[in-house]
Design a protein around this ligand. Structure first.
Ligand code: HAM
Length: 420
C-alpha cells in the first residue's frame, strides 16, 4: 500500500529483518578498534560549512558538488556532514585532548550525507564506522590502522576484498611531484574543466574514472618515484609491518582519494563482488589537517568503512550474519485475567535476561500463534482461565509442538533451562 510519502531519493533505509543484519555489520566493524584502545566520539550531524571547505578541500567533488548546505535561522551556513575526519579533528582541538597522551584514538559511527547520483551501493545518506588516531607519526600506527580495517571485515567472514596501498608523500616530496605531474598533465588532451582541476590540484586528475582520461594517464609520473628519503623509508616500514602481520595488500601507485587532506600512507578497500561501487572503505594519514584547522602541528591517520556497502558485500559473499529472531518466548493470553498475569510475567522474564514478546490486541489463538512464529520465538506460553485457576502455564515448544504444564513458581527457571 503506497502512503502519502516516500523516503527521500537515495536514502539507505533498513527495516526488520534486514535492519538486524545492518546492525550486526555496524557492531562488528567497530569491535576491533574498541579492542585497540579507541574511545567513542559522538559528533554533530551538521557543522559550519567552512570546516568542510577548509578540511576536505575546495577542489574535491565532495565540497564542490555534493554537500547538503543550508542557512539556518541565525543566517549561519551549515552543512550536513559529508565525512567524519574533519569533525573529529575539530572536536579534538576544541576539547583540548591533543594536549594529553598521544596518540588520541577515537572511533565514530553514524550517517553521512553526499548529494551523489544514487545507484546500488551509492546513497545520499549512508553510514560509516570510522577511526582516527591523532598526534603521532609512526609506521607501526599506519599498519595497525590498516590491520584494524582488515580485521573488521574478516570478522564478518568477508574474504573477497583487496587492500590497495599508496603513499602520497610528505611536505618535502609533494611540491616537486606536483610540478612534474602538472607538466605532464598540461601536455594531455583534456577538457577545460579537467585542465582547471589539474591547475588547482593535479593529483585529483589521477582519480578521474573516465576511460578517455585514464588512457592518457598510463605514463603519468608516479608519486612513489618522487618520495623524499624519509617518506620512502616510512612507506617501506608500513609495508614491512603489514607483511609481518600477514596482511595482503596491493601497491596502487595511482591511488588518490576523494578528499584533499591525505598525505603519506593512503589505502582503499575494494570488494570484487559489488560492481561499480566497489570501495567498502578507505583512509590514510593527514599531516597538516590538524594544523590547518587551527590545532597544533600534529599528524593523524584513520579510515572509514561504509556500512551499507559492507552489508552488500556480505550479501554478495552469501554470508549468514545470524539475523537474530526478535524474541525467544512469546506469551499468549487467553482472556482478560490472563493478560494481567502475563504482562507481569513478561516483565519478570525480561528481568531474567530472556527476550520476550506477547500477543497484543486480542486477535485470538490463531493470530497469536502466527505472531509467535513471525517473531522467531522458540517457546509459546499460553495462559487462560483454566491455567490461572490451577496456578500453571502451558509451555509449547514451537519446534516440536510438544506441550507441558509448568507451575507458575518454577516458570522462570523452567524457561531458562529450556532455552539453554
Ligand atoms: P571515503 O572514502 O570518502 O572516506 O568514504 C569511506 C567509505 O564510505 C567509502 O569507502 C564507502 O564505503 C562509504 N561511502 C562513501 N560515500 C558513499 C555513498 N555515497 N554511498 C554509500 N557509501 C559511501 C572518508 O569519508 C574519510 N573520512 C575516511 C577517513 C577517515 N580517512 C581518514 N580517516
Amino acid at each position: 500500500m503506497a502512503g502519502l510519502f516516500a523516503s527521500p531519493k537515495g536514502v539507505a533505509e533498513y527495516v526488520p529483518p534486514d535492519s538486524e543484519r545492518f546492525l550486526a555489520v555496524r557492531i562488528a566493524l567497530s569491535a576491533p578498534a574498541r579492542r585497540a584502545g579507541y574511545g567513542y566520539i559522538e559528533l554533530p550531524i551538521f557543522e559550519d560549512t567552512a570546516l568542510f571547505v577548509r578540511g576536505v578541500g575546495e577542489s574535491t567533488d565532495v565540497v564542490g558538488k555534493e554537500m547538503y548546505t543550508f542557512t539556518d535561522r541565525g543566517d549561519r551556513s551549515l552543512t550536513l556532514r559529508p565525512e567524519g575526519t574533519a569533525s573529529v579533528v575539530r572536536a579534538a582541538i576544541e576539547h583540548g585532548v591533543l594536549q594529553g597522551t598521544l596518540p588520541v584514538k577515537l572511533w565514530y559511527a553514524g550517517p553521512f550525507f553526499r548529494a551523489e547520483r544514487p545507484q546500488q551501493g551509492r546513497y545520499r545518506q549512508f553510514q560509516q564506522v570510522g577511526i582516527e588516531a591523532l598526534g603521532v607519526n609512526d609506521p607501526a600506527l599506519d599498519a595497525e590502522t590498516i590491520a584494524l580495517a582488515d580485521e573488521a571485515l574478516r570478522s564478518l567472514g568477508l574474504s573477497n576484498f583487496r587492500i590497495l596501498l599508496n603513499c602520497l608523500g610528505d611536505a618535502e616530496s609533494r611540491p616537486g611531484y606536483r610540478e612534474k605531474l602538472l607538466t605532464f598533465l598540461r601536455g594531455l588532451d583534456l577538457d577545460e574543466a579537467t585542465q582547471a582541476r589539474a591547475e588547482a590540484n593535479p593529483l585529483r586528475v589521477l582519480d578521474d574514472k573516465r576511460p578517455q582520461v585514464q588512457r592518457q594517464l598510463a605514463d603519468a609520473p608516479l608519486i612513489v618515484d618522487s618520495l623524499s628519503d624519509s617518506a620512502a623509508q616510512h612507506h617501506q616500514q608500513v609495508r614491512a609491518y603489514l607483511n609481518d602481520l600477514g596482511i595482503a595488500f596491493e601497491d596502487a601507485p595511482k591511488l588518490v582519494r576523494g578528499l584533499d587532506y591525505y598525505t603519506g600512507t593512503t589505502f582503499e578497500v575494494v570488494h570484487d563482488g559489488l560492481g561499480a561501487q566497489s570501495a567498502i572503505g578507505g583512509g590514510g594519514s593527514y599531516d597538516s589537517l590538524i594544523g590547518d584547522l587551527g590545532g597544533p602541528d600534529l599528524p593523524g591517520i584513520g579510515f572509514a568503512l561504509g556500512v551499507d556497502r559492507t552489508l552488500l558485500a556480505c550479501d554478495a559473499e552469501g554470508i549468514d550474519l545470524g539475523a537474530h529472531p526478535s524474541c525467544d518466548v512469546f506469551l499468549v493470553p487467553l482472556g482478560v485475567g490472563a493478560k494481567q498475569v502475563l504482562v507481569k510475567l513478561a516483565a519478570e522474564l525480561r528481568m531474567a535476561g530472556i527476550r520476550v514478546d506477547m500477543a497484543f490486541g486480542d486477535r485470538g489463538m490463531k493470530g497469536a500463534m502466527r505472531a509467535a512464529d513471525r517473531a522467531g520465538a522458540r517457546i509459546a506460553l499460553l495462559v487462560g482461565d483454566r491455567e490461572i485457576s490451577s496456578g500453571v502455564a502451558t509451555v509449547k515448544d514451537l519446534a516440536t509442538s510438544e506441550q507441558v504444564e509448568v507451575s507458575a513458581d518454577s516458570l522462570v527457571d523452567f524457561i531458562q533451562e529450556k532455552l539453554r
